[in-house]
Design a protein around this ligand. Structure first.
Ligand code: CP3
Length: 356
Protein backbone atom coordinates (compact mmCIF):
# COMPACT_ATOMS: atom_id res chain seq x y z
CA UNK A 1 0.00 0.00 0.00
CA UNK A 2 1.22 3.51 -0.70
CA UNK A 3 0.16 6.83 0.79
CA UNK A 4 -3.39 8.03 0.13
CA UNK A 5 -3.64 10.61 -2.69
CA UNK A 6 -4.65 13.42 -0.30
CA UNK A 7 -1.61 12.85 1.94
CA UNK A 8 0.39 16.11 2.45
CA UNK A 9 3.50 14.53 0.92
CA UNK A 10 1.60 13.53 -2.22
CA UNK A 11 -0.64 16.55 -2.76
CA UNK A 12 2.40 18.86 -2.43
CA UNK A 13 1.61 20.58 0.88
CA UNK A 14 4.75 19.39 2.73
CA UNK A 15 6.81 17.80 -0.04
CA UNK A 16 9.15 20.79 -0.28
CA UNK A 17 8.99 21.89 3.34
CA UNK A 18 12.34 22.68 4.92
CA UNK A 19 12.10 19.74 7.35
CA UNK A 20 11.27 17.16 4.69
CA UNK A 21 14.04 18.55 2.48
CA UNK A 22 16.64 18.44 5.26
CA UNK A 23 15.59 14.89 6.18
CA UNK A 24 16.11 14.07 2.48
CA UNK A 25 19.77 15.21 2.61
CA UNK A 26 19.07 18.65 1.18
CA UNK A 27 20.07 22.03 2.59
CA UNK A 28 17.32 24.68 2.51
CA UNK A 29 18.45 28.35 2.77
CA UNK A 30 18.07 28.36 6.56
CA UNK A 31 18.09 25.31 8.81
CA UNK A 32 14.66 24.12 9.93
CA UNK A 33 13.99 23.77 13.66
CA UNK A 34 11.55 22.03 16.02
CA UNK A 35 11.87 20.84 19.62
CA UNK A 36 11.32 17.46 21.21
CA UNK A 37 8.61 17.95 23.87
CA UNK A 38 7.60 21.29 22.33
CA UNK A 39 4.00 20.30 23.10
CA UNK A 40 3.90 20.15 26.84
CA UNK A 41 4.34 21.62 30.25
CA UNK A 42 6.51 24.60 29.30
CA UNK A 43 3.40 26.17 27.70
CA UNK A 44 0.73 27.85 29.86
CA UNK A 45 -1.86 27.12 27.15
CA UNK A 46 -0.95 23.40 27.43
CA UNK A 47 -1.42 23.41 31.19
CA UNK A 48 -4.79 25.15 30.75
CA UNK A 49 -5.96 22.70 28.07
CA UNK A 50 -4.91 19.67 30.14
CA UNK A 51 -6.57 20.94 33.37
CA UNK A 52 -8.31 17.99 35.03
CA UNK A 53 -7.55 15.53 32.19
CA UNK A 54 -5.10 12.65 32.71
CA UNK A 55 -2.07 12.49 30.39
CA UNK A 56 -3.02 9.27 28.56
CA UNK A 57 -6.70 10.24 28.50
CA UNK A 58 -5.75 13.52 26.78
CA UNK A 59 -3.82 11.56 24.12
CA UNK A 60 -7.03 9.68 23.27
CA UNK A 61 -9.26 12.76 22.91
CA UNK A 62 -8.68 13.73 19.26
CA UNK A 63 -9.76 17.40 19.49
CA UNK A 64 -7.60 17.96 22.58
CA UNK A 65 -4.56 16.07 21.25
CA UNK A 66 -4.81 18.05 18.02
CA UNK A 67 -5.09 21.41 19.81
CA UNK A 68 -2.05 20.62 21.99
CA UNK A 69 -0.06 19.57 18.91
CA UNK A 70 -0.84 22.90 17.23
CA UNK A 71 -0.06 25.15 20.23
CA UNK A 72 3.75 25.26 19.87
CA UNK A 73 3.53 25.61 16.08
CA UNK A 74 1.38 28.72 16.46
CA UNK A 75 3.44 30.17 19.27
CA UNK A 76 7.03 29.46 18.21
CA UNK A 77 6.64 29.16 14.42
CA UNK A 78 8.67 25.96 14.47
CA UNK A 79 9.08 24.16 11.15
CA UNK A 80 7.23 21.00 12.21
CA UNK A 81 4.55 19.85 14.59
CA UNK A 82 5.17 16.71 16.66
CA UNK A 83 2.05 14.69 17.29
CA UNK A 84 0.92 15.01 20.91
CA UNK A 85 0.85 11.47 22.23
CA UNK A 86 3.19 9.21 24.18
CA UNK A 87 5.31 6.15 23.50
CA UNK A 88 3.12 4.15 25.92
CA UNK A 89 -0.19 5.03 24.18
CA UNK A 90 -0.10 1.86 22.02
CA UNK A 91 0.42 -0.19 25.21
CA UNK A 92 -2.75 1.35 26.66
CA UNK A 93 -4.58 0.66 23.36
CA UNK A 94 -3.45 -2.98 23.60
CA UNK A 95 -5.07 -3.24 27.03
CA UNK A 96 -1.89 -3.05 29.14
CA UNK A 97 -2.48 -1.54 32.59
CA UNK A 98 -0.23 1.50 32.16
CA UNK A 99 -0.58 5.07 33.33
CA UNK A 100 1.61 8.15 33.30
CA UNK A 101 2.15 9.39 36.84
CA UNK A 102 2.64 13.18 36.93
CA UNK A 103 6.30 14.03 37.48
CA UNK A 104 7.26 10.33 37.34
CA UNK A 105 6.48 8.88 33.92
CA UNK A 106 5.02 5.55 32.78
CA UNK A 107 3.98 3.17 35.56
CA UNK A 108 2.72 -0.39 34.97
CA UNK A 109 0.09 -2.13 37.10
CA UNK A 110 2.05 -5.37 36.80
CA UNK A 111 5.60 -5.50 35.41
CA UNK A 112 6.43 -8.11 32.75
CA UNK A 113 9.11 -10.41 34.17
CA UNK A 114 8.64 -13.97 32.91
CA UNK A 115 8.00 -15.88 29.70
CA UNK A 116 4.41 -16.45 30.93
CA UNK A 117 3.93 -12.68 31.38
CA UNK A 118 5.16 -12.16 27.81
CA UNK A 119 2.78 -14.85 26.48
CA UNK A 120 -0.15 -13.10 28.16
CA UNK A 121 0.83 -9.80 26.51
CA UNK A 122 1.29 -11.35 23.10
CA UNK A 123 -2.17 -12.92 23.29
CA UNK A 124 -3.67 -9.42 22.95
CA UNK A 125 -3.36 -9.52 19.14
CA UNK A 126 -2.66 -6.61 16.78
CA UNK A 127 -4.28 -3.18 17.14
CA UNK A 128 -7.33 -2.78 14.90
CA UNK A 129 -8.30 0.27 12.86
CA UNK A 130 -11.10 0.80 15.35
CA UNK A 131 -8.73 0.80 18.35
CA UNK A 132 -6.42 3.21 16.52
CA UNK A 133 -9.30 5.52 15.52
CA UNK A 134 -8.55 8.23 18.14
CA UNK A 135 -4.99 8.47 16.77
CA UNK A 136 -6.06 8.52 13.14
CA UNK A 137 -8.69 11.16 13.87
CA UNK A 138 -6.33 13.39 15.89
CA UNK A 139 -3.70 13.26 13.14
CA UNK A 140 -6.33 14.04 10.48
CA UNK A 141 -7.65 17.06 12.40
CA UNK A 142 -4.11 18.33 12.95
CA UNK A 143 -2.89 17.94 9.39
CA UNK A 144 -5.97 19.80 8.14
CA UNK A 145 -4.87 22.81 10.23
CA UNK A 146 -1.11 22.64 9.61
CA UNK A 147 -1.13 23.47 5.90
CA UNK A 148 2.44 23.40 4.61
CA UNK A 149 3.98 22.66 8.03
CA UNK A 150 4.72 18.93 8.27
CA UNK A 151 3.41 16.83 11.14
CA UNK A 152 5.92 14.37 12.56
CA UNK A 153 4.64 11.09 13.88
CA UNK A 154 6.56 9.05 16.44
CA UNK A 155 6.74 5.86 18.44
CA UNK A 156 8.93 4.26 21.06
CA UNK A 157 11.48 1.64 20.03
CA UNK A 158 10.95 -1.88 21.37
CA UNK A 159 13.88 -1.68 23.82
CA UNK A 160 12.68 1.54 25.45
CA UNK A 161 9.11 0.16 25.66
CA UNK A 162 10.45 -3.10 27.09
CA UNK A 163 12.46 -1.13 29.63
CA UNK A 164 9.19 0.32 31.00
CA UNK A 165 7.29 -2.98 30.71
CA UNK A 166 9.93 -4.99 32.58
CA UNK A 167 10.93 -2.38 35.16
CA UNK A 168 7.32 -1.34 35.72
CA UNK A 169 8.38 2.29 36.10
CA UNK A 170 11.16 4.67 35.03
CA UNK A 171 14.61 3.47 36.06
CA UNK A 172 18.14 4.69 35.65
CA UNK A 173 20.03 1.64 34.47
CA UNK A 174 17.22 -0.65 33.25
CA UNK A 175 18.77 -3.52 35.18
CA UNK A 176 15.72 -5.82 35.20
CA UNK A 177 15.23 -5.38 31.45
CA UNK A 178 18.88 -6.05 30.70
CA UNK A 179 18.83 -9.08 32.99
CA UNK A 180 15.83 -10.58 31.15
CA UNK A 181 17.59 -9.97 27.81
CA UNK A 182 20.41 -12.30 28.87
CA UNK A 183 18.67 -14.62 31.31
CA UNK A 184 15.84 -15.58 28.97
CA UNK A 185 16.68 -14.53 25.39
CA UNK A 186 13.60 -16.36 24.08
CA UNK A 187 11.20 -14.38 26.28
CA UNK A 188 13.13 -11.18 25.47
CA UNK A 189 12.78 -11.85 21.76
CA UNK A 190 9.06 -12.54 22.05
CA UNK A 191 8.59 -9.38 24.12
CA UNK A 192 10.51 -7.10 21.77
CA UNK A 193 8.91 -8.59 18.64
CA UNK A 194 5.47 -8.02 20.13
CA UNK A 195 6.45 -4.45 21.06
CA UNK A 196 7.86 -3.93 17.52
CA UNK A 197 4.58 -4.86 15.84
CA UNK A 198 2.53 -2.82 18.30
CA UNK A 199 4.64 0.33 18.02
CA UNK A 200 5.02 -0.21 14.26
CA UNK A 201 1.25 -0.24 13.78
CA UNK A 202 0.96 2.97 15.84
CA UNK A 203 3.57 4.58 13.57
CA UNK A 204 1.87 3.36 10.41
CA UNK A 205 -1.51 4.72 11.51
CA UNK A 206 0.02 8.18 11.98
CA UNK A 207 1.67 8.15 8.55
CA UNK A 208 -1.44 6.95 6.72
CA UNK A 209 -3.48 9.66 8.48
CA UNK A 210 -1.10 12.41 7.31
CA UNK A 211 2.24 12.49 9.18
CA UNK A 212 5.01 13.58 6.77
CA UNK A 213 7.95 11.91 8.59
CA UNK A 214 8.40 9.89 11.75
CA UNK A 215 10.79 9.62 14.67
CA UNK A 216 11.57 6.41 16.52
CA UNK A 217 12.55 7.16 20.14
CA UNK A 218 14.94 4.66 21.67
CA UNK A 219 15.55 7.04 24.55
CA UNK A 220 17.24 4.52 26.84
CA UNK A 221 19.28 2.56 24.25
CA UNK A 222 22.38 4.38 25.51
CA UNK A 223 22.39 2.07 28.54
CA UNK A 224 23.29 -0.85 26.24
CA UNK A 225 26.68 -1.93 24.99
CA UNK A 226 27.00 -1.86 21.23
CA UNK A 227 27.06 -5.66 21.12
CA UNK A 228 23.89 -5.97 23.21
CA UNK A 229 22.16 -3.34 21.10
CA UNK A 230 23.09 -4.99 17.82
CA UNK A 231 22.31 -8.53 19.01
CA UNK A 232 19.24 -8.07 21.21
CA UNK A 233 17.56 -4.81 20.15
CA UNK A 234 18.42 -3.80 16.58
CA UNK A 235 16.38 -6.65 15.00
CA UNK A 236 13.16 -5.58 16.75
CA UNK A 237 13.78 -1.89 15.95
CA UNK A 238 14.23 -2.84 12.28
CA UNK A 239 11.00 -4.83 12.54
CA UNK A 240 9.15 -1.80 13.99
CA UNK A 241 10.38 0.37 11.11
CA UNK A 242 9.45 -2.27 8.54
CA UNK A 243 5.81 -1.33 9.24
CA UNK A 244 6.31 2.00 7.44
CA UNK A 245 9.04 1.02 4.96
CA UNK A 246 6.63 0.76 2.00
CA UNK A 247 5.24 4.26 2.65
CA UNK A 248 8.46 6.08 1.77
CA UNK A 249 8.44 8.61 4.63
CA UNK A 250 11.73 9.69 6.19
CA UNK A 251 12.59 8.13 9.53
CA UNK A 252 14.57 9.81 12.33
CA UNK A 253 16.08 7.57 15.01
CA UNK A 254 16.98 9.11 18.36
CA UNK A 255 18.40 7.93 21.66
CA UNK A 256 20.32 9.54 24.51
CA UNK A 257 23.91 8.65 25.35
CA UNK A 258 24.22 6.83 22.03
CA UNK A 259 27.54 8.04 20.59
CA UNK A 260 28.69 4.39 20.45
CA UNK A 261 25.47 3.41 18.65
CA UNK A 262 25.09 6.13 16.00
CA UNK A 263 25.83 3.88 13.02
CA UNK A 264 23.76 1.06 14.51
CA UNK A 265 20.79 3.43 14.93
CA UNK A 266 21.06 4.33 11.26
CA UNK A 267 21.54 0.78 10.08
CA UNK A 268 18.20 -0.49 11.41
CA UNK A 269 16.56 1.50 8.63
CA UNK A 270 16.68 5.19 9.60
CA UNK A 271 17.30 8.05 7.17
CA UNK A 272 18.26 10.61 9.83
CA UNK A 273 20.03 10.21 13.16
CA UNK A 274 18.98 12.32 16.15
CA UNK A 275 22.01 13.26 18.23
CA UNK A 276 21.83 14.08 21.93
CA UNK A 277 23.70 17.01 23.46
CA UNK A 278 26.74 14.93 24.46
CA UNK A 279 28.17 14.47 20.94
CA UNK A 280 29.08 17.55 18.84
CA UNK A 281 27.40 17.34 15.43
CA UNK A 282 30.68 17.54 13.48
CA UNK A 283 31.88 14.50 15.45
CA UNK A 284 28.56 12.68 14.86
CA UNK A 285 28.85 13.45 11.15
CA UNK A 286 32.36 12.03 11.10
CA UNK A 287 31.26 8.87 12.94
CA UNK A 288 28.44 8.41 10.42
CA UNK A 289 30.78 8.79 7.45
CA UNK A 290 29.35 12.12 6.31
CA UNK A 291 26.39 10.57 4.50
CA UNK A 292 23.53 10.81 7.01
CA UNK A 293 21.37 13.88 7.76
CA UNK A 294 21.42 14.83 11.44
CA UNK A 295 18.95 16.26 13.92
CA UNK A 296 19.96 18.04 17.12
CA UNK A 297 21.47 19.00 19.45
CA UNK A 298 21.08 22.13 21.60
CA UNK A 299 21.77 21.29 25.23
CA UNK A 300 18.42 21.72 27.06
CA UNK A 301 20.33 22.98 30.12
CA UNK A 302 21.36 26.07 28.18
CA UNK A 303 17.75 27.14 27.62
CA UNK A 304 17.93 28.56 31.15
CA UNK A 305 21.32 30.27 30.63
CA UNK A 306 21.67 34.02 29.86
CA UNK A 307 20.74 34.73 26.22
CA UNK A 308 24.30 35.50 25.00
CA UNK A 309 25.44 32.08 26.29
CA UNK A 310 22.52 30.30 24.63
CA UNK A 311 22.91 32.30 21.42
CA UNK A 312 26.59 31.38 21.11
CA UNK A 313 25.71 27.71 21.71
CA UNK A 314 22.93 27.71 19.07
CA UNK A 315 25.29 29.30 16.54
CA UNK A 316 27.90 26.66 17.38
CA UNK A 317 25.37 23.84 16.90
CA UNK A 318 24.38 25.20 13.48
CA UNK A 319 28.03 25.64 12.50
CA UNK A 320 28.93 22.09 13.54
CA UNK A 321 25.93 20.73 11.62
CA UNK A 322 26.96 22.52 8.44
CA UNK A 323 28.98 19.66 6.97
CA UNK A 324 26.28 17.02 7.39
CA UNK A 325 24.22 16.29 4.25
CA UNK A 326 21.16 17.74 6.02
CA UNK A 327 20.53 19.29 9.43
CA UNK A 328 17.32 19.85 11.36
CA UNK A 329 17.99 21.87 14.49
CA UNK A 330 16.48 20.44 17.67
CA UNK A 331 17.39 19.96 21.31
CA UNK A 332 19.65 17.15 22.50
CA UNK A 333 16.66 15.90 24.55
CA UNK A 334 13.22 17.23 25.48
CA UNK A 335 12.19 20.76 26.53
CA UNK A 336 12.45 20.96 30.35
CA UNK A 337 9.04 21.88 31.87
CA UNK A 338 10.58 24.97 33.55
CA UNK A 339 11.66 26.50 30.22
CA UNK A 340 10.53 30.05 29.50
CA UNK A 341 8.56 29.63 26.24
CA UNK A 342 9.77 33.03 24.99
CA UNK A 343 13.31 31.61 24.94
CA UNK A 344 12.19 28.84 22.57
CA UNK A 345 10.54 31.41 20.28
CA UNK A 346 13.76 33.42 20.29
CA UNK A 347 15.82 30.34 19.40
CA UNK A 348 13.53 29.69 16.41
CA UNK A 349 13.93 33.32 15.28
CA UNK A 350 17.70 33.08 15.62
CA UNK A 351 17.99 29.79 13.71
CA UNK A 352 15.89 31.27 10.91
CA UNK A 353 18.45 34.06 10.44
CA UNK A 354 21.34 31.61 10.02
CA UNK A 355 22.52 30.17 6.70
CA UNK A 356 22.14 26.43 6.26
O1 CP3 B 1 5.98 17.52 22.24
C1 CP3 B 1 6.29 16.34 22.03
O2 CP3 B 1 7.49 15.96 21.97
C2 CP3 B 1 5.20 15.33 21.69
C3 CP3 B 1 4.71 14.56 22.73
C4 CP3 B 1 5.54 13.51 23.44
C5 CP3 B 1 5.26 13.16 24.78
N1 CP3 B 1 6.03 12.09 25.10
C6 CP3 B 1 4.28 13.82 25.63
C7 CP3 B 1 4.46 13.77 27.09
C8 CP3 B 1 6.55 12.66 22.98
C9 CP3 B 1 7.26 12.64 21.64
C10 CP3 B 1 6.84 11.75 24.05
C11 CP3 B 1 7.80 10.65 23.93
C12 CP3 B 1 8.21 9.93 25.15
N2 CP3 B 1 7.43 9.55 26.21
C13 CP3 B 1 9.50 9.42 25.34
C14 CP3 B 1 10.64 9.57 24.36
C15 CP3 B 1 11.23 10.92 24.43
C16 CP3 B 1 12.11 11.17 25.60
O3 CP3 B 1 11.79 12.06 26.39
O4 CP3 B 1 13.14 10.48 25.72
C17 CP3 B 1 9.53 8.78 26.59
C18 CP3 B 1 10.72 8.10 27.22
C19 CP3 B 1 8.21 8.85 27.13
C20 CP3 B 1 7.71 8.29 28.42
C21 CP3 B 1 7.32 9.42 29.31
N3 CP3 B 1 6.10 10.07 29.22
C22 CP3 B 1 8.10 10.09 30.29
C23 CP3 B 1 9.49 9.69 30.70
C24 CP3 B 1 7.33 11.16 30.77
C25 CP3 B 1 7.77 12.26 31.71
C26 CP3 B 1 7.32 12.15 33.10
C27 CP3 B 1 7.23 13.53 33.71
O5 CP3 B 1 6.12 13.90 34.09
O6 CP3 B 1 8.26 14.22 33.79
C28 CP3 B 1 6.08 11.11 30.10
C29 CP3 B 1 4.99 12.05 30.27
C30 CP3 B 1 4.75 13.00 29.17
N4 CP3 B 1 4.75 12.66 27.84
C31 CP3 B 1 4.43 14.38 29.29
C32 CP3 B 1 4.24 14.86 28.00
C33 CP3 B 1 3.83 16.24 27.59
C34 CP3 B 1 4.28 15.12 30.60
C35 CP3 B 1 2.89 14.85 31.08
C36 CP3 B 1 2.29 15.97 31.87
O7 CP3 B 1 2.00 17.04 31.31
O8 CP3 B 1 2.08 15.76 33.07
Amino acid sequence: MTLPADHPLLDGRTTHSAVVRAFSADRPDTPPVWFMRQAGRSLPEYRAAREGVGMLESCLLPELASEITLQPVRRHRVDAGIFFSDIVVPLRLAGVDVDIAPGVGPVLGAPVRTAADVDRLAASGPLTAETLAPITRAVGLTVAQLGSTPLLGFAGAPFTLAAYLVEGRPSRDHLAARTLMHADPGAWRALTEWAADLTGSFLRAQVLAGASAVQLFDSWAGSLSRTDYVTHCAPSSARALSHVADLGVKVVHFGTGTEHLLTALRDVGADVVGVDYRTPLDEANRLLGGRTPLQGNIDPALLAAPWPVLEAHVRDVVRRGADAPGHVVNLGHGVPPTTDPDVLTRVVELVHTLGS
